[in-house]
Design a protein around this ligand. Structure first.
Ligand SMILES: NC(=O)c1ccc[n+]([C@@H]2O[C@H](COP(=O)([O-])OP(=O)(O)OC[C@H]3O[C@@H](n4cnc5c(N)ncnc54)[C@H](O)[C@@H]3O)[C@@H](O)[C@H]2O)c1
Ligand SMILES: N[C@@H](CCC=O)C(=O)O
Length: 542
């Protein structure tokens, strides 16, 4: 701090706008979509504050309308990763030494720009590039990203003011330094907010960053980079590159100044990163921070006392919002025999009301899955059911990629609690139901706990309070985010810090003080006002 201690108080969550038919917000969002669709954006990388175009142009098309070209991004190679690292390291010292209030102001300004001037453009970019409906874009690319920025500034303020005690005669203080090197942020396709949070959380703490987004999120990531630049982020603090993931990893993880990785994505990729970092450990100046939030196989467990209507509504939202492409999405449901038939009947009746199509039509609840690879993978699982003796499709099951990557919301019922779609992360609009004997709910809990190696989110539905307490304790390690009578998705920054353990990640809780500690390296300073001048204890005096 320079001339004062600057504290940023507790913010309130950014209110979610509804985009109701005929509202000004709906009209403005439609205009932003039309404007983006009327252009072909030419999207550069951003290295050292400069736009970098390589001429190696890759097409960007909406997953729900593959006949339309939104623009191109300029792909990078090894040299761009190296340039990004060099740019980051060249500004490291100055950025780390910049006063907190000035660093914080940049991210608070970015939040303000996103909440106002850029809100519709950012949501439109997310809708078109990642195939989200208006509501799903609003809670992600507007509200959650704004919340990440404002709440992280607040949490960091809280961390900075935590100081050790100083007995009379001494001063003890703690400096929360930036890491000695650069941080690599590798981000997934499914949340624009995660794309924005992973580079900014370490940067806010005084670190410099190389940011590599998923190709399928570059369209909206580049809008966020424009915002950061307008907010005054100094050149080189965050460098956005579009080089192939493994190439970025090879270069960054072999660099002596590699100080940490902030990753969100699949478990396999994260485990590969961890191994590489482990193999290279002797190369680094410091032990790198490894933070990764990864996959899930998220459950809903309904007890025989569950309220049927709320269970049904939360199954629809929890499994099928954003086509089930949330790491938190419900993908396995355990229904007790006493209510199973009624739940299934009501559930399927609700699913029949879901409209599927392009994002421009706001009445479509379901849009497309992200790309052809994901589409083909999901189709493979659906086809697998067709030849199976212990599973059947009870709703949906069709798919079509002629105009966009559309997979109908699909419900599988299995008699085998270890059926493949009860165990593996599919990451799409496919939910599997297992009906159990209501008398055996207690013995089923081990299966709920151990069917997959993941432990990200889980929800229980029960009306009996003794049961709620029992389930909460029994499933203590089954989910990092545990929901009682609610869907397992939709965590809000500052309300439900998010992350899972076991194979689901390091559980450093994005959007919380726990995550920020990982990007800080504390220095303790003790000053003695009147130092001793004689080493002897009283009984050693002569
Ligand atoms: N736990 C969470 O908070 C959370 C949140 C969102 C998504 N996810 C998970 O993310 C996955 C879906 O996202 P995705 O498809 O973008 O994941 P992904 O693992 O395919 O990609 C994530 C990022 O890693 C990069 N990458 C891929 N291979 C790499 C490699 N070998 N080295 C370095 N980088 C590499 C990708 O280009 C992308 O930027 C799901 O498994 C989902 O559960 C988890
Ligand atoms: N935080 C989001 C999930 C992020 C992963 O995809 C949720 O709680 O639904």
């Amino acid at each position: 701090m320079n001339n004062g201690y600057f504290y940023f108080g507790q913010p309130v969550n950014e209110p979610v706008r509804s985009y109701a038919p005929g509202s000004a917000d709906a009209e403005n969002l439609k205009k932003a979509i039309a404007e983006l669709k009327s252009q072909q954006r030419d999207i550069p990388m951003y290295i050292n504050g400069k736009e970098v175009r390589t001429g190696d142009k890759k097409e960007i098309r909406p997953p729900h309308e593959t006949g339309h070209l939104l623009g191109h991004f300029h792909a990078g190679d090894e040299s761009h990763v190296q340039q990004a690292i060099d740019a980051a390291l060249s500004v490291r010292e100055q950025w780390a030494a910049t006063s907190w209030e000035h660093r914080a102001a940049i991210f608070m300004k970015a939040a303000e720009l996103l909440a106002t001037k850029y809100r519709f453009r950012m949501n439109a970019a997310t809708m078109l590039g990642q195939s989200k409906n208006a509501y799903q874009a609003e809670i992600d690319s507007a509200c959650e990203l704004i919340d990440f920025l404002r709440f992280n500034v607040h949490f960091l303020s809280d961390i900075y003011r935590q100081q050790p005690i100083s007995p009379e005669g001494f001063s003890n203080r703690m400096e929360y330094r930036a890491l000695e090197g650069f941080v690599l942020a590798v981000t997934p396709f499914n949340f624009t907010a995660i794309g924005g949070n992973l580079p900014t959380a370490p940067a806010m703490c005084g670190n410099v960053v190389v940011w590599k987004p998923a190709n399928t999120q570059i369209y909206s990531a580049s809008v966020f980079m424009e915002i950061l630049q307008e907010a005054g982020l100094p050149a080189g603090v965050i460098n956005l590159v579009y080089t192939n993931g493994p190439v970025v990893g090879d270069i960054c993880f072999a660099h002596k100044d590699f100080a940490g990785v902030h990753f969100t994505g699949s478990t396999g990729v994260f485990q590969g990163m961890w191994k590489t970092i482990g193999n290279n450990i002797a190369k680094y100046k410091s032990y790198p921070r490894i933070v990764g939030e990864t996959g899930g196989k998220d459950f809903i467990f309904a007890h025989p006392t569950a309220n049927i209507d709320s269970l049904v509504a939360n199954m629809v939202r929890g499994a099928f919002e954003y086509q089930g492409q949330k790491c938190s999405a419900a993908s396995r449901v355990y229904l007790p025999s006493n209510i199973a038939e009624e739940v299934k009947t009501k559930f399927i009746a609700e699913l029949k009301t879901l409209k599927m199509g392009v994002v421009d039509d706001f009445t479509n609840f379901i849009n497309a899955v992200i790309d052809e690879k994901s589409f083909d993978n999901l189709a493979k699982y659906i086809d697998g059911v067709k030849g199976s003796a212990d599973a059947k499709i009870i709703h949906g099951g069709s798919y079509d990629k002629s105009k966009g990557y559309f997979i109908e919301p699909t419900v599988i019922e299995t008699t085998n609690p270890d059926y493949v779609t009860m165990c593996e992360e599919l990451f799409g609009p496919v939910l599997t139901i297992y009906v159990y004997n209501e008398q055996e709910w207690e013995t089923l809990l081990d299966k709920v706990d151990h069917t997959s190696g993941y432990a990200l989110t889980g929800a229980i539905f029960a009306q009996d309070r003794f049961v709620v307490e029992y389930l909460t304790k029994k499933l203590v390690n089954a989910a990092g985010n545990f929901y009682i009578n609610d869907k397992p998705t939709g965590a809000v920054v500052g309300q439900q810090p998010f992350g899972g353990a076991r194979a689901s990640g390091t559980n450093d809780k994005a959007g919380s003080f726990l995550n920020l500690y990982r990007w800080l390296s504390a220095r303790t300073i003790k000053e003695t006002y009147v130092p001793v001048t004689n080493y002897r204890y009283p009984f050693h005096q002569e």
